[in-house]
Write a protein that binds this ligand. Structure first.
Ligand code: NAI
Ligand code: CS2
Length: 474
């Protein structure tokens, strides 16, 4: 593909919107929309950012297009993306022209849904300010509710709101928190919402680390111009979406998007194998002295451990049509070993309290219910117990953050020993009850907290190696 656009941006219409135009959206959904535009479709996307970073000025300054560089150490492809028609930042998000928009995607991060971690329930405290002034909302949930209320009043048409964040049952979660909010803020809207809004669940996949100076330099060398909103990603991409739409939608399948009746097997496969491995490496890897997923995934000890972990996680899955779980696990590991994708472990470890429930704890519960060992999962939770909430920068100054970080730091401070810390951790409401009710799981969590604390990285690796060898030889 030659760098440059093969379509006229002026012929695109603002028919779709995306909330949360972060690095991921620019590298993933936009690449599909751009494929469709290259095939003659007229779907242009309005970008909306309700929190920093503001992109509007940069987007305008470079004429509305940006570069997407994909690379894997052997091949490099740079393409110009032109389907992000315009950008609205917080200051002008109220001025989006919604009339023609009937398909909205969201990547607002796991914690953007204002829910209680590990559940689909709206956390009222997080939307209290919006409930007090619903026509000047701050949160994404408040914003969507006000946008829908204005649409109803204007007799607008049906619309699809598709969450694309890595949260469990993302469509169900979005529908649940939005309904709860709407019932409180705009009770007259609820019937209209039930009749006119669809919340498909979707699984999206492409590893897109936060941009580093090094990545930006490679991007600019490849596209031949300065580009402050361009992104670098791996070549792999996947988008599977539940067949549940309201109103017109882009013909996503023409760009390779899979539209399925039952999304759960795809979502679980991705959350538990690829994302599970990333989060496991973020926790164990940092304890072993690594700061990128490349470093952790090419560490032979952690690669050995991954073979146990992936095998166990796969036991909890139903294989989706057209997939092979063993191959998927193998490919996941290879993707992390991409030498150009130095995904900071501190970035992956951020918001762990909103990631570990679906990536580690849910499969652990499934393993325990079927009478199997969940010790590898206990090792990950033990690692989080020891370092979650830390704000130590890595060598690139990436720092973790987590809404429950302070709670965990306080728990560590008041725990006198590994048993107390394990119990305190597993009593946090974000985990399924099966974990705290299983004596072996509690004991294993305490055991690994004990083995990992006050140990050197070398001692931790030796313990991980011994565990992995024993499991593989069993
Ligand atoms: P990013 O840091 O580049 O961008 C984050 C985006 O989320 C920004 O547009 C920001 O405005 C928005 N945001 C953050 N907090 C928000 C809040 N409380 N309310 C509303 N909007 C908020 O991150 P990136 O890479 O774009 O990832 C965003 C999300 O996309 C992830 O959390 C994940 O759920 C999903 N995702 C990311 C992948 C990746 O490899 N980066 C891959 C698959 C999914
Ligand atoms: C990562 C994901 O930061 C994280 O939590 O695990 O963003 C991951 O890179 C994507 O889900 C890959 O599709």
């Amino acid at each position: 593909m030659m760098y440059g656009l093969s379509y006229d941006r002026n012929a695109l219409r603002a028919r779709a919107a995306h909330i949360g135009v972060g690095a991921f959206h620019r590298a993933h959904q936009q690449s599909y929309y751009d494929d469709l535009a290259r095939q003659g479709a007229d779907w242009g996307i309005v970008g909306i950012n309700l929190t920093a970073p503001d992109l509007r000025t940069d987007h305008q300054r470079q004429g509305g297009t940006y570069a997407l560089l994909t690379e894997d150490g052997e091949d490099q492809t740079c393409r110009e993306i032109g389907t992000l028609l315009r950008m609205h930042d917080r200051a002008n998000a109220a001025h989006v022209e919604w009339n023609e928009i009937s398909f909205v995607t969201l990547t607002i991060t796991e914690k953007g849904y204002c829910h209680h971690a590990g559940s689909s329930t709206l956390d009222i405290e997080k939307v209290a300010a919006d409930l007090a002034a619903p026509e000047t909302p701050e949160t994404a949930i408040g914003y969507l509710a006000w946008m829908l209320e204005k649409r109803r009043r204007a007799r607008g048409g049906p619309i699809t709101l598709a969450s694309c964040d890595n949260v469990a049952d993302n469509g169900v979660l979005l529908g649940s928190v939005l309904r709860d909010y709407v019932e409180r803020a705009f009770p007259d809207l609820i019937v209209w919402l039930e009749d006119n809004v669809a919340f498909p669940t979707s699984m999206v996949d492409r590893i897109v680390p936060a941009m580093s100076d090094d990545a930006r330099a490679r991007l600019e060398a490849a596209c031949g111009r300065p580009d402050s909103i361009g992104v670098v990603a791996e070549p792999f991409r996947q988008w599977v979406i539940e067949n549940r739409f309201a109103g017109p939608r882009p013909e996503l399948e023409m760009a390779g998007v899979q539209i399925v009746e039952d999304l759960a097997p795809y979502e679980h496969m991705k959350h538990r194998l690829l994302n599970g491995l990333q989060s496991a490496y973020a926790e164990l890897g940092r304890l072993c002295g690594h700061d990128s997923s490349y470093g952790a995934s090419t560490d032979p000890t952690l690669a050995l451990w991954a073979s146990v972990f992936l095998q166990d996680q796969a036991l909890t899955l139903i294989c989706p049509d057209g997939e092979n779980l063993e191959t998927y696990g193998h490919v996941s590991l290879k993707r992390l070993q991409n030498p150009t994708i130095h995904h900071p472990l501190n970035q992956i470890a951020s918001d762990a309290s909103f990631k570990l429930p679906q990536r580690i704890a849910a499969p652990a519960a499934d393993l325990l219910v079927s009478g199997r060992s969940a010790e590898a999962q206990a090792m990950v939770l033990a690692s989080w117990a020891l370092q979650g909430g830390d704000r130590c920068p890595d060598h690139a100054e990436v720092v973790t953050s987590d809404p429950l970080g302070d709670e965990l730091v306080a728990l560590r401070a008041r725990s006198n020993n590994a048993d107390e810390l394990a119990l305190g951790l597993l009593n946090m409401p974000l985990w399924p009850a099966q974990l705290r009710e299983n004596e072996t799981f509690v004991a294993n969590t305490a055991k690994w907290i004990g083995l990992f604390s006050h140990a050197t990285a070398k001692q931790r690796r030796a313990a991980i190696e011994e565990f992995s060898r024993e499991r593989l030889n069993a």
